[in-house]
Design a protein around this ligand. Structure first.
Ligand code: 5GP
Ligand code: ZN
Length: 137
């Protein structure tokens, strides 16, 4: 299942080259072409799903063990001391390629600051309670 206008589908098809570091039946992991840090990789399913909400649950359930496996390998191979796992859904969330993927961003205690954090918004206790009422399941 591929999308004609999707760059990641073209990579999976072999139409565009990539530095593939891992592959199994359902997923690949490849180096990000524009890395935030040394060894920044992306994990993506071979089939096209725009985001987390489009993915079948069984496939989504396979993604985190792969992140653990590839992440542990990056730690071993590159000696990073930490790692950010980032996954964007939708343009407002910063998603630019609309084929589900997870970022594995190795972090080093080398003084180089790569910002993968966010600011904080203040809500009153009343507002927090209103939000809580809306989102609790
Ligand atoms: P997003 O912003 O959608 O979460 O992340 C998309 C990521 O895909 C970006 O970090 C970007 O550098 C990466 N990317 C975009 N085009 C290509 C490509 O052709 N090859 C590879 N390997 N990465 C890409
Ligand atoms: Zn795609």
């Amino acid at each position: 299942m591929r999308a004609d206008d999707c760059i990641f589908c073209k990579i999976i098809n072999g139409d565009i080259p990539s530095r593939k570091v891992y592959e199994d039946e359902d997923f690949i992991a490849m180096m990000d072409v524009s890395p935030a840090t040394k060894g920044h990789c992306l994990i993506l399913p071979k089939d096209h799903y725009a985001n987390l909400f489009e993915m079948p649950e069984e496939l989504a359930a396979k993604a985190l063990p792969i992140a653990k496996k590839v992440g542990a390998h990056l730690k071993e191979a590159l000696g990073c001391e930490g790692l950010n796992l980032v996954q964007n859904n939708g343009e407002v969330a910063g998603q630019t390629v609309h084929h589900f993927h997870m970022h594995l961003i190795p972090r080093y205690a080398d003084g180089v600051i790569t910002d993968v954090t966010w600011g904080h918004t203040n809500f009153s206790d009343e507002e927090m309670d209103q939000i809580f009422t809306k989102i609790r399941m």
